[in-house]
Design a protein around this ligand. Sequence first.
Ligand code: FMN
Length: 204
Amino acid sequence: MNISKAIMERRSIRKYQNREIPRELLNEILEEALWAPSGTNRQNWYIYVVRGEKRDLLVKAMEGVIELYKPKLEKVFPEKMVNLTLNFFQTLGGAPVIILVYIPLTGVELRPEMTGQERYERERERFVNLLSAAALVQNILLLAKARGLGTCQMTAPKLKEDLINEIIGVQDKELVSLIPVGYPAQDPPAPPRKGDRIHWLGFA
Ligand SMILES: Cc1cc2nc3c(=O)[nH]c(=O)nc-3n(C[C@H](O)[C@H](O)[C@H](O)COP(=O)(O)O)c2cc1C
């Protein structure tokens, strides 16, 4: 699949077929995704690929997210959208596999007694790691699309990050994204993109 097509036709998929994904296919996607750029080539990212019992536990952990997220959604979405979103959280769309992307846990607590340099160093580490992980995640989404798989990058699960980390057995790492993966059971329309986001300076 050509890259423009993968970018334009990738959608966040919130309903998946009850169909296993071959491990080799997932491995191909992830090995290629790891060619993402990273700050000073740190490659400071960690990928967990989860199926079976632990996948079920992750879905169960989403119950807690719903409670915390509902009031936020109600502020920005109409009722139908709120219900659709909450339903997705409840099941993660039936995705057979969940991919979690982490970065190292770096304290970014900015305290007044720190020097300006200390504050910058602390922020910088996390900033660079986050941007690098975001590039990795985008690669995963596009490579999955190109191989007929659906995905949905999610950050709302961070509301239950401690529980998720306990299920995965992760310590000293920060969750960047939880990504359900599966063969799509829907073909959602593309949400419109906003105009006026590109500013041309010095062009006619
Ligand atoms: C950083 C980030 C966080 C997101 N978190 C969630 C989420 O928690 N739950 C969800 O259903 N979708 C989530 N999404 C998906 C967006 O809602 C989706 O990308 C957007 O509506 C555009 O739709 P599209 O991906 O189909 O083009 C997230 C996307 C990004 C980039």
